[in-house]
Design a protein around this ligand. Structure first.
Ligand SMILES: *Cc1c(COP(=O)(O)O)cnc(C)c1O
Length: 426
């Protein structure tokens, strides 16, 4: 359920027709559904209710303050990966006691900032980081709560650029050596190893990696406890997949089914760090066709959203559904989109950026489009605006939140002045 539906052949977000939003706020435009955001958070909270988890919304997925605040108001904590994200989480009203801090390269300044704001948990990824945290904790007269992030060395499960639990990636401590490092800090009064962290990768469309992670984690937790560590937190990270194509994703309950029994057996508090599952299908990128052209045997739809707005297709070969905001008769559900049909044309949907890699979709069947038509790129809420840049001198898009029949701007469109603001005047 994502609250983006076609009514009388016009795409709506809740009760608001998308053309009205494009008219008022311009394009390219990110449109978010508030009801979808809260619905997804509640689904996770409900599925894992038997173990009363701390659900920490992954700020890096989409850090807009309005979205983060909505999550915090819904009872979530925050998962942050940098000082900047910690700043953002705090601005969104998240108490430090509900913030978990991940990342393979925390600087001393970031570690100090985390102590100053009393973050709940450091997810530690290397021996060097453990040493740095211990040293800073000692200097500040503090004790760090630490979860050791382990790389459980599982089979590949998603795109190589976002698989974080195969051998040879930079994330976490090797499962073979984690106990060695843990042994060294058993008696350190400034570092309390209270948990195990594993973020397996993203997006994950099967429960199998979680099942295997639980098995490997359980063994580790027992060994850590035997070393004398009071392990009482198990952070399973994020990674739950969403529908990008049709209905390929699993419900939160399916993941809960394999995770909850393990957590109960471990006696640990569960922490989850969902990002994509919450915001991915809650966001739409709306763009307007500038030109169409035929060249090199292909039909190109050139529209005003580009790789600087949504880099996922370029970076991860990702598939996003794309369909005109004004649909064809009989085409009003995602299942109907992109089918080869008498009424559709095979095309590449590209942007204005000077890169051959600037595309949103390739070889898709879309209804014939003309200059001025609006397009919707679906499932763009996660890692869309979060990874947007100013490449090619393009101001970043505006973001708008829709709730029922209401809509309001949650980030204004950048101006040309914004593009040069941090530069020293010459
Ligand atoms: C990116 C990230 C997440 C969020 O992943 P999703 O797939 O968006 O749920 C959670 N935890 C860590 C440590 C991450 O790096």
């Amino acid at each position: 359920m994502d609250h983006f539906t076609y009514k009388n052949r016009t795409l709506h977000c809740d009760d608001v027709p998308v053309p009205a939003l494009a008219e008022k706020y311009g394009t390219p435009l990110y449109v978010y559904s508030r009801k979808t955001l809260t619905h997804h958070l509640k689904q996770i909270q409900a599925a894992f209710k038997p173990v009363d988890p701390l659900v920490c919304y992954s700020i890096k997925t989409n850090g807009n303050l309005h979205i983060a605040r909505l999550m915090v108001e819904g009872g979530a904590g925050c998962d942050v990966t940098s000082g900047g994200e910690l700043f953002r989480a705090l601005k969104a009203g998240c108490p430090g006691s509900k913030i978990v801090f991940a990342g393979a390269g925390k600087t001393d300044a970031e570690i100090r900032m985390a102590f100053e704001n009393d973050v709940f948990l450091f997810n530690v990824e290397s021996e060097g980081e453990l040493d740095a945290i211990a040293a800073i904790a000692r200097a500040m007269g503090r004790t760090a709560n630490v979860a050791l992030r382990v790389n459980p060395d599982l089979p590949p499960k998603t795109h190589a650029k976002t698989d974080t639990s195969v051998k040879g990636v930079k994330f976490g401590l090797d499962i073979d050596t984690v106990l060695e490092f843990a042994q060294k800090v058993v008696k350190n009064p400034h570092v309390k190893v209270i948990g195990l962290h594993m973020h397996l990768g993203s997006p994950i469309l099967s429960v199998e990696p979680y099942r295997q992670g639980i098995v490997k984690g359980m063994v580790l937790i027992e060994k850590l406890r035997a070393q004398g560590h009071g392990i009482n937190v198990w952070n399973m990270g994020g990674g739950f997949g969403i529908h990008y194509k049709k209905n390929e994703a699993l419900p939160a309950a399916a993941f809960a089914e394999v995770i909850v029994p393990g957590i109960q057996e471990s006696g640990c508090k569960l922490v989850l760090e969902p990002g994509r599952f919450i915001v991915g299908n809650a966001g739409l990128l709306v763009s307007r066709v500038i030109y169409t052209k035929d060249s090199g045997g292909k039909h190109f739809v050139i529209q005003d959203a580009a790789m600087n707005d949504l880099i996922r297709p370029t970076l991860y070969d990702s598939f996003h559904r794309i369909w005109p905001v004004a649909s064809l008769p009989g085409f009003d559900a995602p299942e109907d989109f992109q089918v080869e049909n008498a009424g559709t044309v095979k095309c590449d949907v590209v942007g204005p950026v000077c890169e051959s890699g600037d595309f949103l979709a390739k070889d898709r069947y879309l209804p014939p489009l003309v200059r001025g038509d609006l397009l919707a790129t679906f499932s763009a809420g996660a890692y869309g605006m979060a990874m947007a840049s100013n490449y090619n001198g393009r101001p970043r898009a505006a973001e708008v939140m829709v709730d029922g029949g209401q809509h309001h701007l949650i980030r204004r469109r950048e101006t040309f002045e914004d593009l040069i603001r941090p530069e020293i005047e010459c």
